[in-house]
Structure formats: C-alpha cells, structure tokens
Design a protein. Structure first.
Length: 85
C-alpha cells in the first residue's frame, strides 16, 4: 500500500476533461486507487465519484494505491496531477 499526498496543480483542478483523463489513466493500472480529499474517499475508476470531490487547483489530496503496479501508478498519476504531462 502506497500513500502519496499531492497539491493539485492542474488549471481549474479536476474539472470534467481532466477528470476523464485521470480516470482513463487509472484504468490502465491493475492497482486499486483511491483519492481522498478532506477525509472523503473516491474510487479512482469512477468518474462520477472523482467529480463529486470537486478537486480544485491548489488543494491537497491523498492517493492511496494498492496493487502490483502501485509505484508506477503513483508516479504517472502524481505527475498528471502536478501538471507534468
């Protein structure tokens, strides 16, 4: 299990387009991925659950990643959220 705290650097945060891109990236991994904002978790594979978090630019979130490719998932998803596409 891997925990990674990230301050989101995407312009306008995880609005619809960025959320769709994020969920698409999550689906490329075998690991289970949770996003937590202010104690509220959302499964990374669910576009609606991620959008329900209303993640804005500059907000702190935690990724909780569990599975065989957790290191790779943490790096790729972290870079995406830090706007290092």
């Amino acid at each position: 299990m891997l925990f990674r705290k990230i301050t989101v650097q995407l312009p306008r945060g995880l609005q619809a387009r960025h959320t769709a891109m994020f969920v698409q990236k999550v689906h490329s991994f075998k690991s289970d991925i949770l996003i937590v904002k202010n104690g509220k978790p959302a499964r990374g594979r669910s576009i609606m659950k991620v959008m329900d978090l209303f993640i804005q630019e500059g907000e702190l979130i935690t990724l909780i990643i569990t599975g065989p490719d957790e290191q790779n998932a943490a790096e790729i998803l972290g870079n995406f959220l830090l706007n290092k596409l």
